[in-house]
Design a protein around this ligand. Structure first.
Ligand code: XLS
Ligand code: NI
Ligand code: NI
Length: 437
């Protein structure tokens, strides 16, 4: 049985001139860029939740995307059928990785024990399909936000029983992620945040969140799970104020609670823009501190103030992203994970292929643009020169810690006025970047 009869066994690379809708124009997995293949650089991953569980439902309307292979029942049989289709899709697309939430892959039962049994039954099939295809798990994560029990949060809930339930759920999800060879484990703070401070003890909630993460670190150690732990920042939605609002907030939290050594960040484009940052800013902020772990690749819509999770198609954006990723030596063991969904009007299964092919090509093109910019070195050289006053003289003294307010006053009293500023040349640099597009 095939779910995608119109799609060949493998989407081919045909080059930029191709007019074949089911071919890559830029993603050529074995092509070498800066000494590594595109496949190794990009480490593409498909998300289970949007691609295989997305229904097209929105706050105003019912599902539009019931798939022909999905009978709509919350049964293990249906879940297993979906796994087979998911792996057919990923194999044809030619991605090396996927990512899931525990509740995307298997249905919730009446009790925690039953839910765990459902998960085990589906994980058996996931493992089989991983072995058959060689496709690997980039990361696992626990869904601690959909079920009504998590209305007040999970680790930050006012209800201690909910904290306990969430702990049990993450424990199981860590075991499953280990069983499937997951290379990372993600914590996105779902409902960890608040709507109104009148009913919230923020300090207590943050203390609990830290305790929860310490328990996860300890448990991973106990079972020998060595994957990278990642926190995924997001400023709002579903709560008004998510605790993990941006990279800076996450790193401050991790540092304050002595968790910094155990975590890196999983940075999502649309979350960055919701936080009032560019993706490039968030990547640089994490990268400069050695905390660039993985990315959730998507894009938002500047006219809409929520997480629209659209597929990235803009070469300017992907070039900016790849410039920072190359600068910090790549993402491994993280990857480029398409946390993106087709629109609810994109009704056909084939739209899933168009979406991913476009996203993969956009990143492959971004990679090549970034590598070309780096090779010419115009940007690097400009930045190096812009800061050259720090390489010698008074700048070098300050950086080396050999200056203080007294010595700097003496220096300036003697000199009388600071050296003149030079142009930042922003417009010229923007023109230079456009040469590579
Ligand atoms: C939601 C998040 C979520 C995480 C995984 O906005 O992006 O999908 O990536 O829980
Ligand atoms: Ni995400
Ligand atoms: Ni998101």
């Amino acid at each position: 049985m095939t779910a995608f009869p119109e799609v060949p066994a493998r989407i081919p690379y045909e080059g930029p001139q191709s007019r074949n809708d089911l071919a890559f124009r830029w993603y050529n997995e074995d092509e070498m860029v800066e000494g590594k293949s595109m496949k190794e650089h990009l480490r593409f991953s498909v998300v289970y939740w949007h691609t295989f569980r997305g229904t097209g439902a929105d706050p105003f309307g019912a599902p539009t995307l019931l798939r022909p292979w999905d009978d709509g029942t919350p049964t293990v049989e249906n879940a297993i059928r979906r796994v087979r289709v998911a792996f057919e899709f990923m194999e044809k697309l030619g991605v090396p990785y996927y990512a899931f939430h525990d509740r995307d892959v298997a249905p919730e039962g009446a009790t925690l024990a039953e839910t765990n049994r459902n998960l085990d039954a589906v994980v058996k099939v996931l493992k089989e399909e991983q072995q058959r295809t060689g496709i690997k798990l980039l990361w696992g994560t626990a869904n601690l936000f959909s079920h009504p029990r998590y209305a007040h949060g999970a680790a930050t809930s006012c209800n201690a029983d909910v904290f306990a339930y969430a702990a049990a759920q993450v424990k199981k999800c860590l075991e499953v992620t280990k069983e499937l060879g997951g290379e990372n484990y993600v914590f996105w703070g779902g409902r960890e945040g608040y709507q109104n401070l009148f009913n919230t003890n923020m300090k207590r909630e943050l203390d609990h969140l830290a305790k929860f993460l310490h328990m996860a670190v300890d448990y991973a150690k106990q079972i020998g799970f060595t994957g990278q732990f990642l926190i995924e920042p997001k400023p709002k939605e579903p709560t008004k104020h998510q605790y993990d609002s941006d990279c800076a907030a996450c790193l401050n939290f991790l540092r304050a609670y002595d968790l910094l050594d155990h975590f890196k960040l999983n940075i999502e484009t649309n979350h960055a823009t919701l936080a009032g940052h560019t993706m490039m800013h968030e990547l640089e902020y994490a990268g400069m501190q050695g905390k660039l772990g993985s990315i959730d690749a998507n894009t938002g819509d500047l006219l809409l103030g929520w997480d629209t999770d659209q597929f990235p198609t803009n070469y300017y954006l992907t070039a900016e992203i790849m410039l920072v990723i190359l600068k910090y030596g790549g993402l491994a063991p993280g990857g480029v994970n398409f946390d993106a969904k087709v629109r609810r009007e994109s009704l056909d299964p084939i739209d899933l292929f168009h979406a991913h092919i476009g996203g993969m090509d956009a990143f492959a093109r971004g990679l090549k643009i970034a590598a070309a910019i780096r090779k010419d070195g115009i940007l690097d050289e400009f930045v190096r020169r812009r800061y050259r006053s720090w390489d010698e003289g008074i700048g070098a003294e300050i950086e080396a810690g050999r200056a203080d307010f007294r010595s700097l006053e003496a220096y300036m009293l003697d000199k009388g006025e600071a050296a003149p500023n030079e142009s930042g040349r922003q417009e010229w640099l923007e023109n230079v970047i456009n040469r590579y597009l």
